[in-house]
Design a binder for this molecule. Structure first.
Ligand SMILES: Nc1ncnc2c1ncn2[C@@H]1O[C@H](COP(=O)(O)OP(=O)(O)OP(=O)(O)O)[C@@H](O)[C@H]1O
Ligand SMILES: [Mg+2]
Length: 692
């Protein structure tokens, strides 16, 4: 079908054409023909990787825009959201407002009503907006859930809750769910009362193979070498960050894939990678060296900016090979003609297991994307002939697993139950049950026996003073409301309140004690403890026992104390102005992981201060506010006044302070020439302008 035949206004067709689309792919054609555009029915699109699900969704989205209704596109990962956002920006040519929302989860920080026609967002962010700003979505026409199979991942509950909430709030809404890898698409369709388009059609042929390599590295080197010499690019999947780094490094050294024609471009990327942090870390240097040789590694420990640099230079063809952990697998379009899977096993819950077929199919699906290649090839490496046969059976010919709801466990449920009550979504226990009955969980498992769990959670939330029961009504308290908006687990809030009340009554706010409290949150991934360091950390904790809010000899001391203490010490390093490099080295954490922890800790400190405010804990409020600023900037208390100035962070503030400029009034009196020597001309002038 030619795009002119889509029953939609010509301006949209022009837009599709300008993106290089002439003809529809068969699944897209089916979508146009099945009538859901006119009937506005829900739809599950279950078609292979690279089969153009995004454009299919766009056609439905455009139809919604034509009816002057908004569209919301939900993605699991920021990288993917960003890719979609850039694609959808072309709708601005038609006068539509395209907007992306990620990051900060405290929706109360958003005062304004946003103006958008198309919103691209992550699931958590969308849920957070929905909790306190549902009117952002007034006049919504369509909700698109990309990579819907993630319902069965640990982030899945948010996915299904979102769908159920949108359906309840906006009964007219059309829902479109997309995925290449759902084993039970029919079940999903039944849940959503949706039409189902399922097919095996892929625009670019993808050959999946398993090859035997006694030495896996030698095998993957051989395949890489051949592919690159034929003009292809290669994406290798391995199961750990460490492997990603060492394989990328070794491939680069052994094969030296950087073409001489791209020497200039490569030197530029290398320089950019090295200048992302003020002082490049070991990891940055390793990455730089890989890039010099035309390879790169890609995993969660890499800083966001570097990840974008790597992806972009892979797209530009400067980098020939990326060695990645599976985080790169979902949805992205990359020019990797060949995908090599080195590891089909991964450590999960302490033991090594075969990855699900679903993950395998997502990984191989990165090969052969229509924008870049005419064919794709995926090779899994087996150790022996018999393993090869097994892998062909299990993966190449294997069926993708069905997806299952993971909503039915207490920590997840209490989070969402408080939210549904707080946003006045459900007012009674009966309504609550009905609501959970409408989720995928309710659909798959029914609610029998579930009421006991819900009752238990309601009782807890009541005991904690987050909700009240009046007759049959469930009413959120101001505190409960705020906790839901802050998007933290009610258990975290309760943990904090307990400690903050002790601190307030004893009027004692030791920094390490407060940091240890912050770490008592499921939101913050704690540092791991090696057996040989256990003793030392215990001793250190004991030394600090008068500053901690726990009885270290008490019977009720939980098992995570050491992990919390170690993580708290890392945060303490940070706010005592140790350099990032020192901290990363000492704790053996990668830059990306360090920044992730700091960001979460800042959000938790902010949450603790908001909770203190509502509980009327005045001194706790002061202490936690201070802590929030210190974590945000990584500074000692004395620098707090200085970092309020734009452009002044931990390094410049320290320089100014040490030169005797300790406050705003010091700076006001300062000679601009003196400031210039300390922080450079631009910032010096900026300071003077800002403080007058
Ligand atoms: N009708 C078409 N004609 C030409 N190219 C198309 C067409 N439809 C989609 N494409 C291109 O195909 C590529 C893959 O599309 P898309 O990213 O939507 O795949 P997908 O089905 O979402 O795959 P995945 O399951 O991996 O996310 C994109 O580069 C897109 O521009
Ligand atoms: Mg996709």
């Amino acid at each position: 079908m030619l795009i002119d035949e889509i029953p939609i206004e010509k301006r949209f067709i022009k837009l599709f054409r300008s993106a290089g689309i002439k003809e529809l792919y068969p699944p897209q054609e089916e979508l146009v023909k099945c009538g859901i555009l006119l009937e506005r029915k829900n739809l599950i699109l279950s078609t292979p990787t690279a089969s153009g699900k995004t454009l299919a969704a766009e056609i439905a989205m455009a139809k919604s825009l034509e009816r002057e209704k908004k569209a919301v596109y939900v993605c699991p990962l920021r990288a993917l959201a960003y890719e979609k956002f850039l694609e959808f920006k072309r709708y601005e040519d038609l006068g539509y407002r395209v907007r992306i929302e990620m990051g900060d989860l405290d929706s109360s920080k958003y005062k304004k009503r946003p103006d958008f026609d198309i919103l691209v967002t992550t699931a958590e962010k969308c849920d957070s907006i929905l909790r306190s700003r549902p009117n952002w979505f007034d006049n919504i026409g369509i909700l698109i859930m990309d990579e819907i199979h993630l319902i069965s991942s640990d982030r899945g509950p948010v996915y299904e809750i979102l769908v159920s909430k949108f359906q309840k709030l906006f009964p007219e809404i059309q829902i479109l769910a997309l995925s290449a890898t759902i084993g039970n698409a029919d079940e999903l369709a039944d849940w959503l009362n949706a039409s189902l388009i399922a097919s095996e059609w892929r625009p670019v042929k993808l050959v999946e193979d398993v090859e035997v390599g006694g030495n896996k590295y030698e095998k993957l080197k051989e395949i890489t070498k051949k592919s690159v010499s034929e003009g292809g690019q290669v994406l290798v999947f391995v199961n750990s960050r460490r492997s990603a780094e060492s394989v990328a490094e070794k491939l680069g050294e052994d094969l030296n894939l950087a073409g001489t024609e791209s020497a200039e471009g490569i030197a530029k990327i290398k320089k950019e990678v090295l200048s992302v942090l003020s002082i490049p870390t070991k990891q940055c240097k390793r990455l730089g060296n890989c890039i010099k040789n035309g390879t790169a590694f890609h995993h969660a420990g890499i800083i966001h900016k570097q990840r974008i640099l790597i992806e972009d230079s892979f797209k530009d063809g400067l980098i020939k090979v990326i060695v990645a952990t599976p985080t790169l697998a979902a949805g992205v379009n990359l020019p990797s003609r060949v995908v090599i899977i080195r590891d089909v096993r991964r450590y999960m819950g302490g033991e090594s297991n075969y990855i699900p077929v679903l993950e395998y199919k997502q990984q191989v699906g990165r090969a052969g994307r229509p924008k870049y290649d005419k064919f794709g090839r995926a090779v899994t490496i087996a150790g022996t002939d018999s393993e090869r046969e097994f892998l062909i059976e299990r993966y190449v010919n294997g069926e993708v697993e069905p997806i299952h709801s993971r909503l039915g466990i207490e920590p997840v449920l209490r989070f969402h139950i408080l939210a549904t009550i707080a946003s006045n979504f459900t007012r009674t226990e009966k309504a609550l049950m009905e609501f959970f009955g409408s989720t995928f969980f309710g659909y798959q498992y029914g609610l029998e026996g579930f009421d006991i769990l819900i009752k238990r959670i309601l009782k807890k939330l009541g005991d904690w003073d987050f909700i009240k029961k009046q007759n049959e009504s469930l009413i959120p308290t101001a505190l409960g409301n705020r906790i839901s908006e802050l998007y933290i687990d009610p258990q975290t809030a309760y943990n904090y309140i307990r400690i903050l009340e002790i601190a307030e009554s004893e009027n004692r706010f030791p920094t390490i004690g407060l940091l240890e409290m912050l770490c008592d949150a499921a939101e913050l991934p704690l540092l791991y403890i090696k057996r040989q360091e256990e003793q030392k950390i215990w001793e250190d904790a004991y030394k600090n026992s008068d500053k901690l809010f726990r009885d270290l000899d008490g019977f009720d001391l939980d098992a995570d104390l050491l992990e919390r203490f170690k993580t708290a010490k890392l945060l303490e390093f940070w706010i005592n102005e140790l350099s990032e490099e020192t901290i990363m080295e000492f704790y053996n954490v990668a830059p990306g992981i360090l920044y992730q922890k700091l960001q979460i800790a800042e959000w938790l400190a902010y949450s603790a201060s908001e909770i203190s405010k509502l509980k009327g804990l005045k001194n706790s409020l002061k202490a936690t506010k201070k802590l929030e600023t210190r974590i945000k900037y990584g500074i000692k208390e004395e620098l707090i006044p200085l970092v309020t100035i734009k452009g002044v962070g931990r390094v410049r503030a320290r320089k100014l302070f040490n030169a005797g400029f300790k406050s705003i009034s010091d700076l006001r009196r300062a000679d601009v020439r003196k400031l210039k020597t300390l922080v450079g001309e631009k910032i010096a002038k900026g300071i003077k302008v800002e403080i007058g």
